[in-house]
Design a protein around this ligand. Sequence first.
Ligand code: PLP
Length: 357
Amino acid sequence: MLEVNKPYLPNKERYFNYIERIYESGWVTNEGPLKKELEHKLAKYLEVKNVVLVANGTLALQVAIRAMGLSGEVVTTPFSFFASSSSLAWQGLTPRFSDIDGSSLNIDASKIGESVTDKVSALLPVHVFGNPCNVEMIADIANYFKLKVIYDASHAFGVKYKEKNVLSYGDVSTVSFHATKLFHTIEGGAVITEDDALADRVRKIINFGFSSPYNHEELGINAKMNEFEAAMGLCVLEEIDNIFSERKRLSLYYKSRLNDVVSFQNKSEFSNENYSYMPVIFDSERSRVLVEEKLVSNNIAPRRYFYPSLDSIEVLRGVGFCPVSRDISSRVLCLPFFVGLTQSDQDRVIDTILGAL
Ligand SMILES: *Cc1c(COP(=O)(O)O)cnc(C)c1O
């Protein structure tokens, strides 16, 4: 089966060298040296002030939401992975879904204002597939209504918006470093913020709320990243340029051959692409179904990222109905896309799609 994704495994020697160091020091978790090294290297690479590494991207969101003291409702996008809204519901907040723009696939900033009620305390937009949101309009709306902004930037590793890293916008950005992501630490994630006090609060919360060994200043949780994960991150970071160039090459080839039969996400003109996913949008739900059936029968597993539209998921207990998101959800597929995908694999995917249509 050709899967949609395959975790990137860095050079084995490189990883084993780090593992040696872990065996020598005996330090496997809890503020370990590799975790600290990775935090420094990422802050430098991403040109951001504070990077707090955590156990996964979902906890990054939950901890950030908690550290910011949000309450009531949070305006968010219905077109995302489940965790961007489940983290709100898990913290006892109500997701208020505001519809997307059908070409950028991001929350439609011009409609956010209509969704702001007096219960809303924050905005939680997502840079979907690494495409930056309209960060300036979102900042204006947040200022006007006095709301916090937390970006789920899980897809936006390595993306700059007008010369500044997109992770530096908003009060906080969270990222996921799950094995299927562009940059990964097996499981992992980070809370990123320019606000030092908020970063300190997050550091406390992810370690049970300890302020000193026997002192709990507030309720916390365990969301720490371990040394084996940090070692993986250090290795992947050393190979990141190659990852970007390989993914770019794969993306250009897909686009060159599928350009006439599907449409693609409309990327911001103010940013670079990071080639994090390969979404294609069909002209109708029927075409998507036809193509999906043909792919699966040819042992190719595309993924319906994102389906279902989050405004239709009962357990999230959200409010708002989003027809644009539901429509896109019915017509989108993400194609197999990872370093190591061969040209003959790509041709097999492309020929199957062309044949089905
Ligand atoms: C992957 C992802 C998450 C969750 O991250 P995990 O590390 O898997 O917990 C959250 N939001 C978005 C948009 C994601 O793609």
